[in-house]
Ligand binder design. Structure first.
Ligand code: 3PY
Ligand code: MG
Length: 265
């Protein structure tokens, strides 16, 4: 059996535009529905969404039937054991939140690679990633297909951004405006002018370091502004918010109410 090739990583390396959606419902059935929407990539959210290793596995399995869409998994923290488990069920691209130093980023690179390049544990007989030892030469090919996106979303992370972006093995840097806003004293205001300015500078710094820059905004105008500044891969919505917005709009048509602003994360 052939090793699955990580197209998302290939696209990042040439800065191809990739527009994505957060999957926060934690369910394979709804993720499959959203795989038909036409996004370039989908992010299974294990940080804030109600996901565990089994629900992430189920979603990876159904999404495998839609290879035109790339799949990324976001983990809740920097735990190397969790990284090992999620790689073993077949995730190839991970987004790791709240990276604040180059050392933390290096640790994440190592967690995704086998010795001697890193410290990923060896358990391919039980791993869907290796098709249970069915992939030819899995060990020789695995590291190359792994893709690491680190999230910068704090004042400390911004301070160390260039060092983090320069870590070998960090393929891309994704800015989290909501946590960054909180860290800057603007909790709940990811579109605050100071936050936007910090995001804009971060995008430029990431691009100057030669890495792909990504960002989230559920406000399409702001997402497009960030794209103009150099972001190549973006998350432009959240499944839960889309569902709630559509439901509110329908209900309001009959209740005579105005829709609320649902653009913030
Ligand atoms: C944030 O905005 O903090 C996120 O993690 C998502 O982009
Ligand atoms: Mg965040």
């Amino acid at each position: 059996m052939k090793m699955p090739i990580n197209q998302f990583k290939k696209n990042l390396l040439v800065n191809r535009r990739q527009i994505g959606l957060f999957l926060g419902l934690g369910d394979a059935y709804t993720s499959e529905v959203l795989a038909t929407a036409g996004f370039d990539w989908l992010l299974i959210d294990g940080e804030h969404g109600p996901n565990d290793v089994r629900s992430i596995r189920d979603q990876l399995q159904v999404l495998a039937a839609y290879p035109e869409q790339q799949v990324v998994v976001r983990l809740p923290e920097h735990n190397t054991a969790t990284i090992k488990r999620v790689l073993d069920i077949g995730a190839q691209t991970l987004m790791i939140p709240m990276i604040e130093t180059a050392e933390q980023a290096q640790q994440m690179v190592k967690a995704m690679r086998y010795p001697p390049n890193g410290m990923r544990g060896v358990g391919t007989a039980m791993a869907r990633a290796a098709r249970w030892n069915g992939v030819d030469n899995y060990f020789a090919q695995a590291d190359e297909q792994m893709c690491l996106i680190v999230q910068i979303e704090s004042v400390t992370g911004i301070k160390n951004l260039v060092d983090i972006a320069n870590v070998e093995g960090v393929d891309a840097v994704f800015i989290g405006p909501s946590d960054l806003a909180a860290s800057m004293g603007h909790l709940g205001q990811p579109s605050h002018p100071e936050v936007k300015q910090a995001v804009a500078k971060a995008i430029a710094d990431i691009a100057n370091a030669g890495k792909a820059a990504g960002v989230f905004s559920a406000n399409p105008e702001l997402a497009l502004e960030y794209e103009k500044l150099g972001a190549s891969f973006m998350l432009v919505g959240v499944d839960v918010l889309l569902l709630r917005k559509a439901a509110i709009e329908l209900a309001n048509k009959f209740m005579g109410k105005q829709s609320e602003d649902l653009s913030s994360y």
